[in-house]
Design a protein around this ligand. Structure first.
Ligand code: KG4
Ligand code: ZN
Length: 355
C-alpha cells in the first residue's frame, strides 16, 4: 500500500508545504521564502515571520496538494514542525496541522525540525540506520549518532555560534544580504584562502565539541583593520580564508566524531545536512578528508539541505509507518531537544500515550 504524508514547515523564515509518498517520491515541494520581507533588517524578525506564515501557509498547502494532484482525503497523515525555532511561526504551522487532522480524521504528527534535517538523506537515498550525522544549520552545529527513528545520541556540538550563524554574521560584516552563507561561498571562489590566517578554535582538543565565535571575532577585527582597503579582492580573500578555516575545523572535528561514533556503531555512513550542507566547497573538503577510509559521505541535494517541508513530510512518513503519532494537545516548542523526543502513539483512533 502506498501512503502520502503532508508536511508543513514554518519554524523560521520559509513557509513550506510538501507531499511525499511512502516509496520516497517527492510529489510536491513548495517553499515560499520570506527573504524579501526581512531584507531591510538584515536578519529574521520573528513578528514579521509569524505574520508572513499566517499569510502564506494556506496558499502553500493548497499548492502542494495541487502539484501532487491529491485531495486532503487521499493524505495518510499530517506532519508539522512542532519546534524548535521561532515560536510564532511554529504555532501557525502546528494549528494548521492540527486543524487539518481534526477535519480529515488523519493522524497528526509533530516533528522536531532537527529530526527533519537528520532524516532527509533517507528520503533521497537508501540509507540504513545507523549513521553519523553532522547537522550544520543556522541554529545548530552538532555531531549525532542516528541509531534508529527517534533514537539520537549527541556526540558533540558548538559551544557558542552555530556554523551557519557564523556565515551569516560574517556575511553581515561584509555587507551581504541575509543569509550570508551562499554569498560567502560565491565570493570565496575568486579568493585566496591562504591570504588571511584565522584561529581554528578547539582544534587542539579531543572530542567533537566546537566553537566558532572566536573565528567570527577574528574576521571582525581584520575587517576593522582593513576597512580602508576593503577592495573586491580583499573581500573575496576574506571569504575564502574564512570558509577554508570552517572546513578545517569541521574536518578535524569529523575525525574526532568518527572515533566516538565507532564506540557506538559500525555502519560506515556519514550524512551532512542542514543549510550549511548546501556549501559544495565544505562538502568536497569533508569528502576528500575521508580519503581511502571505508566511510561514505552523503548530503541531500541543495534544495533539501536548506529548510523545506519535504524533510518534515518524510520524518512524518517514517513516524506514521512506525505508528508513532502525536496527540492533538501537543504544545509547540521554541526549544525542543532531539535527545528526549517523546513518542506518543495513537491506536485505533483513541489517543494513547506510550512514552
Ligand atoms: O537549515 P537552514 O535552512 O535553517 C536552519 O534550520 O537554521 O540553514 C540556514 C543556514 C543559514 O545560516 C545560511 O547562511 C546557511 O544555512 N547556508 C549556507 C549556505 N547556504 C545556506 N552556509 C554556507 N554555505 C552555503 N552555500
Ligand atoms: Zn533548518
Amino acid at each position: 500500500m502506498k501512503y502520502f504524508a503532508l508536511g508543513i514547515e514554518s519554524s523560521c523564515d520559509d513557509t513550506a508545504a510538501s507531499i511525499v509518498s511512502s516509496d520516497r517520491e517527492i510529489l510536491s515541494n513548495i517553499v515560499l521564502s520570506q527573504v524579501k520581507e526581512h531584507l531591510p533588517y538584515k536578519g529574521v524578525v520573528p513578528e514579521i515571520a509569524s505574520r508572513a506564515h499566517m499569510n502564506y501557509l494556506d496558499f502553500a498547502i493548497k499548492q502542494a496538494l495541487l502539484d501532487a494532484n491529491l485531495s486532503l482525503d487521499e493524505i495518510s497523515c499530517i506532519a508539522a514542525t512542532g519546534g524548535p525555532g521561532l515560536i510564532g511561526g511554529i504555532i501557525v504551522g502546528t494549528m494548521y496541522g492540527k486543524a487539518i487532522s481534526s477535519v480529515t480524521k488523519k493522524p497528526y504528527i509533530a516533528i522536531n525540525h532537527l529530526e527533519g534535517h537528520a532524516l532527509t538523506s533517507r528520503l533521497v537515498e537508501n540509507i540504513q540506520y545507523p549513521y553519523l550525522l553532522l547537522l550544520a544549520s543556522g541554529g545548530h552545529c552538532q555531531f549525532i549518532a542516528v541509531l534508529s527513528l527517534g533514537e539520537y545520541m549527541l556526540l558533540g556540538q558548538t559551544l557558542d555560534d552555530a556554523v551557519g550563524e557564523a556565515f551569516d554574521k560574517v556575511g553581515k560584516m561584509l555587507g551581504f544580504d541575509y543569509p550570508g552563507g551562499p554569498a560567502i561561498e560565491k565570493f570565496a571562489k575568486n579568493g585566496d584562502h591562504k591570504r588571511f590566517k584565522f584561529p581554528k578554535s578547539m582544534c587542539d582538543r579531543k572530542g567533537c565539541d566546537m566553537s566558532f565565535s572566536g573565528l567570527k571575532t577574528a574576521v571582525r577585527t581584520l575587517i576593522i583593520k582593513e576597512i580602508e582597503n576593503l577592495s573586491k579582492q580583499t573581500i573575496n580573500d576574506i571569504c575564502a580564508s574564512f570558509q577554508f578555516t570552517i572546513a578545517e575545523i569541521l574536518k578535524y572535528k569529523l575525525s574526532e566524531a568518527i572515533k566516538l561514533y565507532e564506540k557506538i556503531a559500525q555502519a560506515k555512513t556519514i550524512v551532512i545536512s542542514g543549510g550549511v550542507a548546501a556549501n559544495q566547497y565544505i562538502i568536497n573538503e569533508l569528502r576528500n578528508s575521508l580519503g581511502g577510509s571505508d566511510y561514505k559521505l552523503f548530503s541531500p541535494p541543495m534544495n533539501l539541505c536548506t529548510d523545506n517541508a519535504a524533510m518534515i513530510a518524510w520524518a512524518g512518513m517514517e513516524r506514521f509507518l512506525a505508528g508513532k503519532f502525536s496527540n492533538l494537545d501537543f504544545c509547540p516548542k521554541a526549544r525542543w531537544s532531539l535527545y528526549s523526543n517523546p513518542v506518543i502513539s495513537v491506536k485505533a483512533g483513541t489517543h494513547v500515550i506510550d512514552l
